[in-house]
Design a protein around this ligand. Structure first.
Ligand SMILES: Cc1cc2nc3c(=O)[nH]c(=O)nc-3n(C[C@H](O)[C@H](O)[C@H](O)COP(=O)(O)OP(=O)(O)OC[C@H]3O[C@@H](n4cnc5c(N)ncnc54)[C@H](O)[C@@H]3O)c2cc1C
Length: 323
């Protein structure tokens, strides 16, 4: 088996693979610039840029994110590449086994990654421990198959058989390499599917490494992606019906009240006002407490200032649940 050689900036993935960001175009500023169309870079405050990017992500205004381009160089087993290539919006150029001879790089799983087939999820692994001897047998099977298939491949090559045919006897744990270019919007879509716990471990490793690299290209956009896409939750009509029936209206009222405090706290942090003005804002936001209660509670408010638009949208969703 050949030695693992990592190109500059590459993050190792699995036993012999890697991924590296080769090039990128644009970042958070390009997203903001596209969204504002006619405004130049640096004309607004960073805090407003952040709010705008987060708004775009929350409302699936996706085209500004397409202004950022990312080009990765990755080396991964063929079975990982088969899953990866399903993301059709990317531009790919792959190492050719018609043109060049295969390199004897095969993925051999680590003991910790060998699990039983899940009984509940046909596409998953079980958490129960696999006995040591079965793990050893699995690794030996991977090694034996990889070595033998490569010996046969070599023999066919030596005998002058066309590479494009000889390669067909190599198993899918053989490593391949490619350059993969995509825009940020579609790369986020890739990450959301492939960083998910339902994605296969071997592709998740690459998605997680790529996520770290994207953070440095567009940190605010990545944070918004994490908050609203990766860790956000979607509720179906059925889910909403269950919530609506189960949520006593007093609970929703309490949440709305908390949201009113949070909104006013956020506005006050951004632009301080007098006590009377603050109470007026609180009432405008639907707060029900008396002026005295408000003053006491507001002075004890420990909530971190948030995004006022987002909090208002949250209130709107809560109100929809009640109706
Ligand atoms: C956990 C998991 C399990 C999976 N299991 C299977 C499986 O068992 N079998 C299987 O075959 N696949 C499977 N897949 C692959 C899956 O069905 C998708 O093909 C893959 O995730 C790519 O998703 P996509 O089409 O949304 O992405 P992309 O191809 O990147 O497309 C992004 C978006 O662009 C649009 N788009 C792209 N190309 C076109 C087009 N030509 N026409 C119209 N719209 C287009 C679509 O709206 C799409 O959502 C699985 C994926 C995951 C994450």
């Amino acid at each position: 088996m050949s030695e693992v050689k990592l190109p500059a900036g590459a993050v190792p993935c699995l036993d012999k693979g890697f991924v590296r960001l080769v090039d990128s175009m644009g970042g958070d500023a390009a997203i903001v610039q596209a969204a504002r169309v006619s405004y130049g870079k640096g004309t607004t405050k960073v805090s407003r840029d952040r709010a705008l990017i987060r708004y775009l992500m929350r409302h699936s205004h996706s085209t500004p994110f397409e202004m950022v381009e990312l080009k990765f160089h990755a080396k991964m087993p063929l079975f990982v590449a088969r899953q990866w290539v399903r993301h059709r919006t990317a531009n790919i150029n792959e190492y050719s086994l018609r043109y060049s001879e295969a390199i004897d790089d095969f993925y051999i799983p680590e003991e910790k990654d060998i699990h039983f087939q899940s009984k509940f999820n046909k596409q998953g692994r079980d958490a129960t421990d696999v006995p040591e001897e079965l793990k050893a047998k699995t690794i030996a099977a991977f090694r034996e198959m990889s070595q033998r298939s490569f010996e046969l491949y070599d023999e066919l090559n030596e005998a002058g058989i066309a590479r494009e045919l000889a390669r067909a006897i190599l198993p899918v744990n053989l490593y391949t390499q490619w350059y993969w270019k995509n825009d940020l919007h579609n790369t986020f879509h890739f990450l959301r599917l492939r960083m998910d716990e339902h994605a296969q471990y071997e592709i998740r490793v690459y998605a997680e490494a790529m996520a770290e690299m994207i953070k440095s290209v567009a940190p605010i956009a990545y944070e918004a992606f994490e908050d609203y896409r990766l860790n956000g939750m979607y509720f179906s009509k059925l889910d909403r019906e269950i919530f609506r029936r189960r949520l006593p209206s007093r609970v929703v009222d309490d949440l709305l009240e908390d949201a009113a405090y949070q909104i006013v706290g956020s506005m006050q942090a951004a632009k301080p006002r007098t006590d009377d003005e603050v109470f007026g804002l609180y009432q405008e936001e639907g707060g029900q407490d008396s002026a005295g209660e408000f003053k006491t509670k507001f002075s004890l408010l420990e909530a971190e200032p948030g995004n006022v638009f987002e909090l208002r949208e949250f209130k709107q969703k809560l109100t929809q649940l009640q109706s």
